[in-house]
Design a protein around this ligand. Structure first.
Ligand SMILES: C[S@@+](CC[C@H](N)C(=O)[O-])C[C@H]1O[C@@H](n2cnc3c(N)ncnc32)[C@H](O)[C@@H]1O
Ligand SMILES: [Zn+2]
Length: 308
């Protein structure tokens, strides 16, 4: 079983992480608006979507947004407010390695600030490919191993191991993103070429790339207004994204696969299946039983618990 960054065990409200990060948050919104500009459709999946920080970018373009997250507590806590904002949204607790959805369901998906917690990216991104339909879009954000500060540090310390393509596990110190300070958590940074190979090997066609948070430096954030930083951020997103110098990178790709003829699903229940064996579910009220492996899943305080 792959290791999981289980936020429910950290006793920490991830939304508080964003209290002092308006610049980073708005920089990510700027990128997503650029990447989603010409897209629309029905089902859209936000993987590791947590408290719904990014929902506004896709819920105005896709009629049926779905947030999947391993943290049942976070979804339960934010259910009412997210439903109020977007009545069609569905929240579901599941493991990104074992998604409880039928093949070829989604017209689009994104994963932001989650890949650094994923021990086996290939297994996870292949599972996302399974649930995306032909021509579906997939936006993958990742923490960039080759961001400019890391490259300068590598040159100054003559430590060139940074340049090998393998994912890099950050030391525990200072990397608690989304978790309680001091907790031990998976936190990988990725090489841009390693990510490109990962996506293309699975069958995604890479279409666009944007760097993000080019000005993520405490000194700049202290001295300059967020508005000023975002003005330059927007310019750098257009002009410097080829360079791989930013700490975070977004890749948009298109799914290319032959799909069997599937019926257009009408409601949420009709897109679900057993995350373990992919068998059909018999769903009654707050209980779903797999017709094949007989595993049982429960809806707990409005949220289906399909975690494995
Ligand atoms: C740093 S937060 C990012 C949340 C959100 N994407 C954002 O950018 O605001 C990481 C989220 O990924 C979720 N997560 C980590 N591993 C996961 C897995 N294997 N399956 C589903 N969710 C996972 C965590 O529960 C957490 O909510
Ligand atoms: Zn089953």
């Amino acid at each position: 079983m792959n290791k999981i960054a289980d936020y429910d065990t950290y006793d920490y409200d991830y939304s508080t992480y964003w209290n002092k990060r308006e610049y980073e948050h708005k920089s990510e919104i700027l990128v997503l608006e650029k990447l989603l500009k010409h897209n629309s459709g029905r089902w859209f999946l936000d993987i590791g979507g947590s408290f719904g920080r990014l929902t506004k970018t896709y819920s105005k373009r896709y009629t049926n947004p779905v947030i999947v997250d391993y943290s049942l507590k976070t979804l339960q806590k934010n259910y009412a407010s997210l439903k109020k904002e977007t009545p069609s949204i569905e929240l579901i607790a599941a493991n990104a390695y074992f998604l409880p959805f039928k093949n070829n369901t989604f017209d689009g998906s994104l994963m932001v600030r989650v890949l650094h917690h994923i021990e086996k990216p290939k297994e996870c991104v292949r599972e996302i490919y399974r649930v995306l339909g032909h021509n579906g879009i997939y936006i993958q954000e990742y923490a960039n191993k080759l961001h400019i500060k890391a490259v300068i540090r590598a040159i100054l310390t003559l430590d060139f191991s940074l340049f090998n393509k393998e994912p890099y596990q950050q030391p525990d110190k200072h990397h608690y993103e989304g978790t309680k300070e001091g907790s031990k958590v998976l936190f990988f940074n990725y090489h841009p070429r390693w990510i490109a190979t990962l996506l293309t090997d699975i069958g995604y066609n890479i279409k666009k790339k944007y760097g993000c948070s080019f000005l993520r430096l405490n000194i700049l954030k202290k001295l300059l207004s967020t508005k000023f930083l975002l003005f330059w951020e927007n310019i750098f997103q257009y002009t410097l994204s080829w360079s791989n110098i930013s700490p975070s990178i977004f890749i948009k790709s298109l799914v290319n696969k032959k799909t069997e003829n599937t019926e257009e699903p009408n409601d949420f229940a009709s897109i679900l299946l057993c995350p373990r064996c992919k068998g059909n579910l018999d769903i009654q009220n707050n209980r779903a039983i797999c017709n094949n492996c007989k595993n049982e899943y429960l809806k707990k305080e409005n949220i289906w618990d399909f975690r494995i």
